[in-house]
Write a protein that binds this ligand. Structure first.
Ligand SMILES: Cc1cc2nc3c(=O)[nH]c(=O)nc-3n(C[C@H](O)[C@H](O)[C@H](O)COP(=O)(O)OP(=O)(O)OC[C@H]3O[C@@H](n4cnc5c(N)ncnc54)[C@H](O)[C@@H]3O)c2cc1C
Length: 380
């Protein structure tokens, strides 16, 4: 149920928190802030839009308050294939998107179905001229996938587990399968197979362009996926639901004196992997605690450690973009050969710059001189 703002904020008490954008990040923050007793107003042009994307995360990234009903499938140890198969001893969770959305209830939130045209630190201006005032404003409007931005793209099909088995080679899930049996040749921009159970006896098989500027087009990814699945003997009926993925992985900017950002808009997306949902979910409570104690959310979101981590990961994005058409096998073989704690430090969390740097340094040190030169070139 969404409420309406009537004729605007005149005569209303200022909300404790105004949130622009009710995607996973904004909605999670609204829910947790309202649960903690804050007066929350949230604005989104389509607040009731039903989410359909398949969201997943490492189990250790998810906050304890997330109900287990929000998880559709559990994988104890997903696999990766670069030059050979690697078992990743780190539990992975595929979320039940509808249950997640329901769990982040908007019942105690004043929801304004409208578009924000200007978002300031204590006020949001709506397209119809109304203004929403708040003690604090958080900008969670996501990142538009504009052409100049590095993006992740993917094309997926949801198939029955029995049919998907041939693509999985007896494994529960492929976090990344970089084998070239997708109709590509050396010199083509590479893509990988992401294959995860999504509950109810179904598996998502998705051909993914990790990052590109520009990223691979969806028709090309669909061609590759179909070639791969045909080669592995996965029977398709033609009625499988499809998932289309395109989103920006870079572009979050903080303007001096502007509102604090949250979610993808606020720089909480990992630029080299595109994961952002779990980070936003787990960042809600520290932000709420900051608001309750009168501190600025940026004080908890952008500690010196978090800034350093973001800088290192932005370099990680440049490295990936710099690989271009180079075969990713050597790079990812080295990554998945790292101890899982190093992998975790690189992939997750925002408080351990030393761990991120150690992961990057170990990876770099184990690469061939040719690949190291490519990496250095992309960084300077
Ligand atoms: C198919 C797909 C699969 C994905 N899988 C994963 C995954 O497995 N794990 C993961 O971590 N990430 C995944 N992602 C990336 C995911 O999209 C982002 O991590 C996540 O959506 C970011 O959430 P957000 O709330 O910050 O932004 P968004 O989801 O972009 O939400 C932004 C919200 O702001 C609203 N808005 C926009 N403009 C305005 C405005 N002017 N005024 C008011 N409101 C506005 C929008 O309507 C929207 O509701 C996936 C993306 C796609 C497309």
């Amino acid at each position: 149920m969404t409420g309406s703002s009537g004729s605007g904020d005149r005569g209303r008490a200022r909300a404790d928190l105004v949130i622009a954008g009710l995607g996973p990040a904004g909605r999670a923050l609204a829910f947790r802030a309202a649960t903690a007793g804050l007066e929350v107003t949230a604005v989104d042009p389509h607040p009731d839009r039903v989410w359909t994307a398949t969201y997943a995360a490492w189990a250790d990234e998810l906050p304890g308050w997330l109900p287990s009903a929000a998880v559709a499938a559990r994988v104890d140890a997903p696999w990766a294939w670069a030059v050979r198969a690697h078992r990743i001893p780190r539990p992975y969770r595929v979320l039940d998107t509808a249950a997640l959305q329901r769990a982040l209830s908007l019942d105690r939130i004043r929801v304004v179905p409208a578009r924000a045209v200007a978002v300031g630190p204590d006020e949001v201006l709506l397209a119809d001229g109304r203004r929403l005032a708040g003690r604090c404003v958080m900008d969670a409007r996501g990142l538009p996938a504009t052409p100049g931005r590095a993006q992740q793209t993917a094309f997926g099909l949801v198939v029955d587990a029995a049919a998907a088995a041939a693509a999985l080679d007896g494994r529960d899930a492929w976090f990344m399968d970089w084998r070239r049996d997708n109709g590509t040749r050396e010199g083509d921009v590479p893509s990988f197979l992401y294959a995860v159970p999504v509950g109810a006896g179904r598996v998502l098989l998705e051909e993914t362009c990790l990052v590109g500027r520009p990223a691979l087009a969806l028709p090309e990814l669909e061609r590759r996926l179909r070639a791969r699945l045909a080669g592995r003997g996965v029977p398709l009926s033609g009625t499988e639901p499809a998932e289309h993925v395109r989103f920006a992985v870079e572009g979050a900017r903080r303007h001096r004196g502007g509102p604090a950002g949250f979610g993808a808009r606020g720089g909480l997306m990992h630029p080299a992997t595109g994961y952002a949902v779990a980070t936003a979910l787990s960042a809600t409570d520290p932000v709420v605690a900051a608001l309750r104690s009168g501190r600025a959310p940026d004080r908890v979101l952008w500690t010196p450690a978090a800034r350093t981590v973001a800088t290192l990961r932005a370099a990680g994005l440049r490295v990936l973009l710099g690989l271009g058409t180079a075969d990713p096998a050597e790079f990812f073989e080295a990554f998945f050969a790292l101890p899982v704690d190093r992998q975790r430090a690189y992939l997750s969390g925002r408080a351990d710059p030393a761990g991120v740097a150690a992961a990057m340094w170990s990876l770099f040190g184990s690469l061939s001189p040719a690949l190291r030169r490519t990496i250095v070139r992309s960084l300077v």
